[in-house]
Design a protein around this ligand. Structure first.
Ligand code: ADP
Length: 275
């Protein structure tokens, strides 16, 4: 805050000239922009060689109708690692584009049921591989959201992916969608029986590069940006996100609110400060 002479006082009571504050803030903003630019360039450069690698691997996998034994196993491992890398680089690209305002949404009226089913389809193999049970009862086919199909499937897919990743083998993941108590919104919930999130981390899991558990195997772990992509995309749709957990070992619940298709445009929907 400012003292009567126009100098600013820090939390510790030290006096600093206000112009130093402004200069420091501008320098931080510039550094942040440069970091975003660097991440975008890095992600582009990493993405380029991945496409031919994928095609090449696909060709080798199908030589003479497919390899057998050890060769097949090794190619399978390479495929999974490559998919993981593509996923990480795509997240990096997305977070850079969201921050630079370079993502364009193709907004249309979508069936909520179709969005959730497509997202589920994309993670079925992972759930099967981990022996998780998926609870999914479908939603009222009349419910529609306004949004970009590819991006919303990505958002829900990301939450489901995390639920699978942070739940020990043989867990249960529940996907629900339906009416929300927030006016003009529909609600999507992904609930798992996994490792849970400590209370002090709940507000931070959507931050860039936030990770609660550092000890995951590298093929499983990420960069801590998946949820910030989720939040960025949902907010671009005019929606909200929230995470809940009763703590370590108690499972987690991720909720997203999206604008219904039959209500005014997202910008006109008034949201309370906390859902
Ligand atoms: P990551 O690539 O590390 O999974 P995310 O941004 O998707 O990055 O998630 C950030 C952090 O939030 C994760 O590292 C993990 O600690 C925590 N997290 C996300 N989803 C869950 C979940 N379903 N259960 C427990 N922890 C989770």
């Amino acid at each position: 805050f400012l003292d009567p002479t126009g100098r600013a006082k820090t939390m510790t009571g030290a006096c600093v000239d206000i112009t130093d504050f402004v200069r420091a803030r501008e320098a931080l903003k510039l550094a942040d922009r440069q970091k975003d630019d660097f991440l975008a360039t890095l992600a582009h450069e990493l993405r380029n060689p991945l496409a031919p690698l994928r095609t090449g691997l696909h060709l080798v996998q199908n030589i003479n109708g497919g390899m057998a034994g050890q060769g097949r196993r090794v190619l399978g491992i390479m495929q999974r690692q490559l998919d993981h890398m593509v996923h990480l680089v795509d997240d990096l690209l997305d977070i850079a584009r969201i921050r630079q305002g370079k993502i364009l949404l193709r907004q249309e009226s979508l069936s909520l049921q179709a969005v959730l089913e497509q997202a589920l389809e994309g993670v079925r193999a992972l759930f099967d591989a981990q022996g998780h049970v998926v609870v999914w009862d479908g939603v009222d086919p009349a419910l529609r959201v306004t949004g970009d199909l590819t991006r919303l499937v990505q958002v829900v897919g990301n939450l489901l992916n995390n639920a699978a990743k942070y739940t020990p083998r043989g867990g249960r993941v529940t996907l629900r969608g339906g009416e929300a108590s927030l006016p003009g919104m529909l609600l999507i919930e992904v609930t798992d029986t996994g490792i849970g999130i400590p209370p002090n981390m709940l507000d931070h899991v959507f931050d860039r590069f936030a990770q609660v558990q550092q000890h995951l195997d590298h093929a499983q772990g990420g960069l801590g940006i998946g949820l910030s992509v989720v939040k960025g995309l949902v907010e671009m749709h005019g929606g909200r996100v929230a995470a809940e957990s009763a703590g370590p070992g108690a499972g987690s619940q991720f909720r997203i609110w999206l604008p219904r298709a039959d209500t005014p445009a997202p910008a006109e929907v008034a949201l309370p400060s906390s859902p």
